[in-house]
Design a binder for this molecule. Structure first.
Ligand SMILES: *[C@@H]1O[C@H](CO)[C@@H](O)[C@H](O)[C@H]1NC(C)=O
Ligand SMILES: *[C@@H]1O[C@H](CO)[C@@H](O)[C@H](O)[C@H]1NC(C)=O
Ligand SMILES: *[C@@H]1O[C@H](CO)[C@@H](O)[C@H](O)[C@H]1NC(C)=O
Ligand SMILES: *[C@@H]1O[C@H](CO)[C@@H](O)[C@H](O)[C@H]1NC(C)=O
Ligand SMILES: *[C@@H]1O[C@H](CO)[C@@H](O)[C@H](O)[C@H]1NC(C)=O
Ligand SMILES: *[C@@H]1O[C@H](CO)[C@@H](O)[C@H](O)[C@H]1NC(C)=O
Length: 512
């Protein structure tokens, strides 16, 4: 009811305003006893003099000990800053009106533990939502779904251990998602994996959580522009040479996620002592992992190769140059640039060996990638390999034929005695069969596979533009700033008792 009486107060004269505020105070005094009992579930009306600063479309009520969102916010509010208060619950009715111009909502440092599933239905134009440094534990299904315009979502430094699989669905324009310093135990691959990923997401920060293993193969095949913003340092990953291999390759490619936090990329040595170790040192000590070096693209005569121009930024304009820095001409039939920016060369001749260069440009960044191609004389190495593969395929084929015969002629008798065995037999036959198929396929795919993800063929040189760094580290709460915050302020990092309770829960698998 107070919301109504104040909604119309905007154009009123000063005198009328004063009268109304007297009424409001009356309302307040009447309300106070009940409010005290009910835990102050209703906020007081917006006061642009005492509790908030209102500057045209900005309403700032930071550090005012508010326990509720002020009521009757002007409809034209674009920025609402409620950080550093004590708003522990964000209910559905926190704004009864549509705030259709609100693009930034700041609720960090409030001790928030509850988000209504309808908390955001009246603020669908939000582009920036800060829920960091609160006490959130669970992200429910479809919780952010109304926020189809949201670009930045800050959830770091909460106690999140459970994320519903659908929690981030509907965030079609989300670019940056900060989930660091929570209690997440599973890497949310769904957010970046092809087909299910949030299409515009270019930064996902799950650093400083409790993730023990990463889906290494799936991460390795992602395009560089996703990996560049995929921060996963300071988790409790267990050490392995595969992990070393991946991080070392990201480091060689100068991906920000690997280079910016080099010293925080640690893993835990399996065993009793749970010793921590720098991932990039795994080749030198302990595991003796084989060192990662930049790989050349190797191929044989008459084969085709696809050279990937895998840039760290999305949607760049790409241009290729042939060995000797000869610009690629559209008339060239051997080397053709495909619509995805990759270069297909072949059928290969010995003289196609050399360094191919991809120049990628965009407004904020220029990148140059080099791919060294080595073409072998097929009659030496290639011929042998082809023969070997053909032989293996032949043997596998024969074996499967024999297995089919065994299945056909021997199983009926066994089936009569034991029905379970017949089933097992057919399973074995199937898996053998599929392995022969995949063997021959794998061979055919070799050149392409090599180009599209298996190896990292680049000697990578990139010209980083200071402008780009500024944009990335600009006002939209960059990763650097966030890290400073949790490195600098140790009191904030201290875990409360409540948190240690959540550590018990955190072993339950995270539903993403
Ligand atoms: C908020 O509460 C604290 C402690 O009760 C007090 O010191 C501080 O002055 C209050 N701030 C405001 C703006 O009322
Ligand atoms: C690493 O993560 C733990 C908790 O997961 C946190 O307490 C610590 O501050 C983090 N360290 C760094 C250097 O970020
Ligand atoms: C690693 O190499 C060192 C010396 O080369 C050797 O002493 C050590 O046993 C190796 N460790 C493992 C796990 O293979
Ligand atoms: C076409 O591309 C191939 C691939 O590297 C190169 O060897 C050849 O010289 C090019 N031909 C012309 C006419 O540019
Ligand atoms: C990228 O290179 C082009 C010339 O190739 C230059 O005009 C442009 O300024 C460069 N952009 C950046 C961000 O360095
Ligand atoms: C490939 O190697 C064979 C044997 O070493 C040689 O006779 C042949 O000329 C080579 N082919 C080319 C194209 O160099």
């Amino acid at each position: 009811m107070m919301g109504g009486s104040f909604g119309v107060s905007q154009p009123a004269t000063a005198a009328a305003l004063r009268r109304r505020s007297v009424i409001a105070v009356l309302h307040l005094t009447l309300l106070l006893p009940t409010v005290g009992v009910s835990g102050q579930s209703v906020g007081s009306p917006l006061d642009c003099h005492k509790t908030c600063v209102c500057a045209s479309n900005i309403v700032s009520c930071s550090k005012m000990n508010l326990t509720n969102v002020p009521l009757a916010l002007p409809k034209y509010t674009a920025v609402l800053d409620l950080s550093f208060n004590s708003i522990t619950r964000l209910r559905a009715e926190w704004t009864p009106d549509h705030l259709s111009r609100l693009h930034s909502l700041l609720l960090s440092n409030n001790g928030l533990t509850f988000l209504s599933s309808e908390a955001f239905i009246y603020v669908t134009k939000l582009r920036y939502l800060d829920l960091s440094s609160n006490g959130l534990r669970i992200l429910d299904e479809f919780i952010f779904e109304p926020l189809e315009h949201l670009e930045v979502l800050l959830l770091y430094n909460n106690h999140i251990s459970q994320i519903d699989r659908t929690a981030f669905s509907g965030l079609d324009r989300l670019q940056r998602l900060y989930l660091s310093q929570n209690s997440i135990t599973r890497f949310p691959l769904e957010l970046v994996k092809e087909r299910s990923r949030l299409e515009t997401l270019k930064l996902l920060d799950v650093s400083s959580n409790r993730i023990k293993s990463l889906p290494l193969y799936e991460l390795q095949v992602l395009p560089a522009w996703i990996k560049n913003g995929l921060y996963f340092h300071n988790n409790s990953l267990s050490c392995s040479c595969d992990l070393y291999d991946m991080v070392a390759r990201w480091y060689l490619k100068e991906l920000s996620s690997a280079t910016d936090f080099k010293s925080s990329h640690t893993c835990v040595i399996p065993g009793q002592r749970k010793e921590k170790m720098a991932i990039l040192d795994l080749d030198k000590a302990y595991l003796n992992c084989s060192e990662v070096k930049t790989l050349d693209e190797e191929a044989y005569l008459e084969q085709f190769l696809v050279l990937d121009c895998d840039t760290r930024q999305r949607d760049m304009v790409k241009r290729w140059a042939l060995p000797g820095n000869i610009p690629l001409s559209p008339a060239n039939k051997t080397a053709v640039m495909r619509s995805d920016g990759n270069l297909q060369i072949g059928p290969l001749r010995l003289e196609d060996s050399g360094v191919y260069t991809c120049y990628a440009t965009s407004d904020s960044l220029n990148e140059t990638l080099y791919v060294t191609v080595v073409v072998f004389n097929a009659t030496t190495a290639g011929g042998l390999e082809n023969l070997k593969t053909a032989y293996t395929t032949l043997v596998a084929c024969l074996v499967s034929i024999v297995m089919v015969l065994i299945y056909l002629y021997l199983t009926p008798c066994r089936c009569a005695t034991c029905p379970g065995q017949g089933l097992e037999k057919s399973d074995a036959r199937e898996s053998l069969h599929s392995s022969t198929v995949s063997l021959s396929q794998a061979h055919e795919e070799t050149p392409q596979e090599k180009a599209e993800g298996g190896g990292f063929p680049y000697r990578h040189m990139a010209f980083r533009d200071p402008k780009d760094q500024m944009e990335q580290n600009g006002r939209l709460n960059p990763i650097g700033e966030e890290d400073e915050e949790w490195q600098g302020d140790s009191s904030e990092r201290r875990r409360s008792d409540a948190e240690s309770v959540s550590s018990v829960c955190s072993d339950t698998p995270m539903v993403v």
